[in-house]
Design a protein around this ligand. Structure first.
Ligand SMILES: Nc1ncnc2c1ncn2[C@@H]1O[C@H](COP(=O)(O)OP(=O)(O)OP(=O)(O)O)[C@@H](O)[C@H]1O
Ligand SMILES: [Mg+2]
Length: 494
């Protein structure tokens, strides 16, 4: 983009410079986060604060909210520089100088004298692809001792004086706890869903009938606002349960939504859609599709230079490696990611730690402690580029090898259950029940907690009107043997 285009103020979501825009939708949740960031930003010892988090998590939204909240502390006002569609790092100082009304050659410190005594707040939005311009941020801080800078970026700038603040996903309801409707409706991710659903359907309400499906949607989408918005917008045409079912089969519902999002977020929505299909495919046992999707998810994170994102997808792919019996490779990948985290290459969210547990459990059941430790240690000595290369090559091979084998089909609903509505996840659990797997084994197979597995089992028993897991397997066996299952009354508990 040229200088003129970069400097033009294109309104609230376009590139450019100008005053802080006001949002057209209410901010959901984030009260304590706004207060916490605002407090840090007004401390004299903090002059550069970076809001860090994955794409679509709400950094820009939060940054603008915080900037509005603290603007009274800055007599010279708050200035916004939008960088999402700027690719040339040399434009950063030009845009900053322009918004601060610096006159004269920007590489001459005397030109900055005009702002030297003006206490102002500068918001640099979407810095991630301009890390080469980080030193010009240092220049601004040294030329202008009363300027405070708030940056939003998917990755930290890693410069002296930088303070970081992680932006977490919107709160989602806990999976293992039964919550009443009022509590659910007050959970941030669900509030966002309801707000966006109401925008397209004024009659939309959270009810006992649709609450379970809405919870599943926001949990499946990891509380990511950029993904929840388009999914909720489908409420115009579909029930929440239909949205769950559709999300399990296709990512189309995540690609739509408001058309005024900046271009980088339209690309991001495609990636989020790819992530989602990969996760669904994995939980449905469609490894071929999961490998193909995960490969794209990882490659995209490598392309945009997002180490935290790479770590998340490396761990997901370690799970796939383990499910394909490549236990040593899986341990090696987990070892590499763990050592990168320990070296502070990127922040860790606590919920991410729990996600690798099923993979580690699976590896442990097949590798003895010495081999596990050796593979883990081998990985911990590898840097990020070689481990990503290794996994992408594995993915390539896995896709072609699995492609040659009969494609893994999403589990079919046994004939017996034709008249009963089971979610795709429940269908899969039924198949595992038929194989006589315990809750713990089901949990490992589906990468979920044993508690969640038993919740699914209880729901299935209820829907099928039987009293024990063995009834499910018995009835399915009868159905396979040609008995008219619909006429069978469930046998007693065992
Ligand atoms: N707390 C919130 N309340 C309401 N809407 C939100 C909230 N957080 C995010 N959103 C909405 O979610 C979408 C994505 O948020 P935002 O653009 O701030 O993400 P981001 O982290 O800056 O993404 P990127 O890294 O792509 O720039 C926007 O439409 C935004 O308005
Ligand atoms: Mg942003």
């Amino acid at each position: 983009m040229g200088v003129v285009a970069a400097l033009a103020d294109h309104g609230s979501d376009g590139p450019g410079i100008g005053p802080l825009p006001f949002s057209v939708t209410p901010l959901i949740g984030r009260d304590s986060l706004v207060a916490g960031v605002a407090e840090r930003l007004t401390l004299p010892e903090i002059r550069l604060l970076t809001l860090v988090g994955p794409g679509g998590i709400g950094k820009t939204r939060l940054g603008l909210e915080v900037a509005h909240a603290v603007r009274e502390h800055f007599p010279d006002g708050a200035h916004l520089v939008r960088l999402a569609s700027v690719s040339d790092p040399s434009l950063v100082p030009v845009m900053v100088a322009r918004v601060l009304e610096v006159r004269g050659p920007i590489d001459d410190p005397r030109a900055w004298a005009i702002v030297r005594d003006r206490p102002g707040l500068l918001v640099l939005d979407n810095f991630e692809q301009l890390l080469d311009a980080a030193l010009s941020v240092v220049d601004v801080l040294t030329h202008c001792p009363h300027i405070t800078i708030l940056v939003t970026s998917r990755v930290p700038l890693h410069i002296t004086g930088e303070h970081q603040h992680q932006v977490p996903p919107l709160r989602t309801p806990s999976e293992d706890v039964d919550l009443d409707l009022a509590t659910l409706a007050d959970t941030d991710a669900i509030r966002l869903f309801i707000d966006r659903a109401l925008a397209v359907d004024p009659e939309f309400r959270l009810t006992p009938d649709n609450a379970g499906a809405v919870v599943r949607i926001v949990r499946q989408l990891d509380g990511l606002p950029l993904a929840i918005e388009p999914a909720a917008a489908r409420s115009k045409h579909f029930s929440a349960q239909s949205i769950v079912d559709r999300l399990a089969l296709s990512s189309e519902d995540l690609r739509g939504g408001a058309i005024d999002r900046p271009p980088h977020q339209r690309a991001l929505r495609n990636t989020i859609a790819m992530d989602h299909v990969g996760k669904c495919s994995r939980s449905l046992g469609d490894r071929e599709r999961a490998w193909a999707c995960h490969r794209e998810s990882l490659a995209w994170r490598r392309k945009v230079g997002d180490p935290r994102g790479m770590a998340v997808w490396l761990e997901a792919m370690a799970g796939l490696l383990a499910s394909c019996d490549a236990f040593e490779e899986a341990a090696c990948v987990l070892g590499a990611v763990e050592s990168l985290r320990e070296r502070g290459a990127f922040p860790v969210h606590t919920h991410e730690r729990a996600q690798i547990e099923p993979t580690v459990t699976l590896i442990r059941t097949h590798l003895n402690a010495d081999r596990l430790a050796a593979s883990w240690a081998r990985g911990s000595l590898m840097g990020l580029p070689p481990i990503v290369d290794l996994v992408l090559v594995k993915a390539e091979r896995a896709v072609s090898a699995l492609g040659a084998a009969p494609p893994a089909q999403p589990p079919a609903v046994p004939v017996l259950f034709a008249g009963v509505r089971l979610t795709p996840r429940e269908q899969h659990v039924v198949q595992l029940l038929v194989q006589r797997l315990s809750d713990k084994e089901i949990a490992t197979r589906l990468s979920i907690s044993p508690r969640t597995a038993s919740t699914h089992v209880t729901a299935i028993l209820g829907k099928l009107g039987v009293r024990s897991r063995h009834d499910v397997a018995r009835l399915a066996a009868r159905a396979e043997n040609g008995a008219d299952a619909q006429d069978q009354s469930p046998s007693g508990s065992t």
